[in-house]
Design a protein around this ligand. Structure first.
Ligand code: ATP
Length: 141
């Protein structure tokens, strides 16, 4: 099957680079499936799951917001942060969620509330991706 080059980069590292058959991301208007020869575009991503299918395997990652560029020769995803589902530290995400919730409970200043809300979204995205994959694994036996 035909493939295209897909890269995920953050400010810190290259998270993924490879030839893939299909990618699914979450754009501002919902899920987007990218297949070979997709029309060029640029779009913002909201925090959510990334699905990658290459020749031999499927992969799931969590991203906390970013930008997707579909070019004729490759597709590049610039992410704020991005982790493979198996690398997500659940305890850390739970702790981040709790911290954000505690901040929001204490009638914070507007700027602090915005920061806590963003942290809450990041932690909930990570937990949701882990949970969804765990459930799917179980369902598949
Ligand atoms: P925390 O408060 O736990 O640092 P955060 O949402 O503020 O969470 P980010 O700023 O989104 O963290 O990410 C900082 C770095 O830490 C990134 O490299 C990101 O991939 C990684 N990271 C954050 N949370 C987790 C997690 N639960 N599991 C694995 N890596 C994580």
């Amino acid at each position: 099957m035909e493939t295209f080059r897909f890269e995920i980069v953050t400010a810190e590292e290259s998270v993924y680079s490879g030839d893939v058959q299909e990618v699914i991301v979450v754009g501002t208007e919902g899920q987007m499936t990218i297949l070979p020869k997709h029309a060029p575009l640029m779009t913002m991503l909201v925090p959510g799951e990334i699905y990658i299918k290459d020749k031999d395997s499927e992969m799931y990652l969590a991203e906390t917001g970013g930008f997707l560029e579909v070019r004729s020769d490759r597709v590049i995803l610039l992410a704020d942060a991005c982790e493979r589902v198996e690398d997500i530290d659940e305890d850390r995400a739970e702790a981040a969620k709790k911290r954000a919730e505690e901040t929001l409970k204490g009638s914070p200043a507007h700027a602090d509330a915005l920061i806590a809300e963003a942290a809450l979204r990041r932690s909930m995205t990570r937990l949701k991706v882990v949970e969804k994959r765990r459930y799917k694994k179980k369902a598949a036996g």
